[in-house]
Design a protein around this ligand. Structure first.
Ligand SMILES: [Zn+2]
Length: 127
């Protein structure tokens, strides 16, 4: 996913976060890959985790999604502290394609770290 996001920046006309998401979705669809949205973080910093049926596997998936979304929330808080809530400077920074890609690369890195730690924990207990 990190490469998909980085490659979106080379697409013509990609200047906003929405453009990035559309480019990533189009690239994945062209490869026959369908995705679902595990969660979102809005420009006020509110995290929404897409509901999944309750079970132990989904609890783990949700925990990974939380780690991803917390990266976006921290970025939102940093941008708000820098530019002020609701200012045009904040909105421009929040929706900037390059910032968007960098933030998702970092968010997916957090998920990779989550799964690496999860696998290590499972190995350590013999699972
Ligand atoms: Zn993300």
């Amino acid at each position: 996913m990190q490469r998909e996001y980085q490659q979106a920046l080379s697409q013509p006309g990609v200047t906003t976060g929405a453009d990035v998401e559309n480019a990533v979705d189009a690239s994945l669809a062209a490869q026959g890959i369908t995705t679902t949205t595990g969660g979102t973080t809005d420009q006020s910093g509110n995290i929404t985790i897409t509901p999944r049926p309750p079970n132990p596997c989904n609890d783990v998936l949700n925990a990974a999604t939380w780690d991803h979304e917390r990266v976006h929330q921290q970025t939102q808080q940093s941008l708000e502290a820098l530019h002020g809530a609701g200012t045009s400077a904040f909105n421009n920074a929040w929706n900037d394609a390059t910032n968007w890609v960098n933030d998702d690369v970092n968010a997916y890195r957090a998920e990779i770290d989550f799964w690496t730690n999860f696998k290590s924990s499972c190995s350590a207990c013999g699972a």
